[in-house]
Ligand binder design. Structure first.
Ligand code: DQA
Length: 147
């Protein structure tokens, strides 16, 4: 499978990174994480489109639109991770590979974060490595495409 374009998708409150709970999420901004993905993807000649939304329907629409224009998705769905069956169903309909990323390690946090309703419909999840997780996600998509 060829990999020439990636959709990087962020959910609610992630626009606040840098000032939101820095003790949990660090001081890097969303723009810093986007730059990490763009740089990692560029080393493989891959283009990146980034969408951040605080709205569930917009995230669903972005996943639908990705079918026509992105070969893979990296998604940090924020709190939608834990309850959005609409995002689950949208990802299930997406034919390419999907990597779920979390800056923190949700399994080590509050009980409600222990379940991801997205995990059953993604290739794999990278959690707890802060911004490094985004670079690892690009490499995961590259490896999956080469298999
Ligand atoms: C998060 C973890 C989620 O539980 C939380 O709702 C977020 C961020 C993370 O990147 O660690 O908004 O996805």
């Amino acid at each position: 499978m060829s990999l020439s374009s990636i959709l990087l998708l962020h959910g609610p409150n992630l626009n606040l990174l840098g000032t939101r709970e820095p003790e949990v999420y660090g001081h890097a901004t969303l723009a810093d994480h986007v730059a990490t993905v763009v740089a990692a993807a560029a080393t493989h000649g891959i283009a990146v489109e980034h969408i951040q939304t605080n709205t569930e329907g917009e995230m669903v629409n972005a996943i639908h639109a990705a079918k026509a224009k992105a070969d893979g998705i990296i998604v940090n769905a924020g709190a939608f991770t834990h309850y959005s069956w609409a995002v689950h169903d949208a990802l299930k309909s997406y034919p390419g590979n999907v990597i779920e990323v979390h800056l923190s390690n949700p399994g080590a946090r509050e009980q409600f974060r222990h379940v991801s309703v997205l995990s059953p419909v993604v290739n794999g999840t990278i959690s707890g490595f802060g911004g490094l997780g985004y670079a690892l996600a690009v490499e995961a998509l590259v490896e999956l495409a080469a298999q």
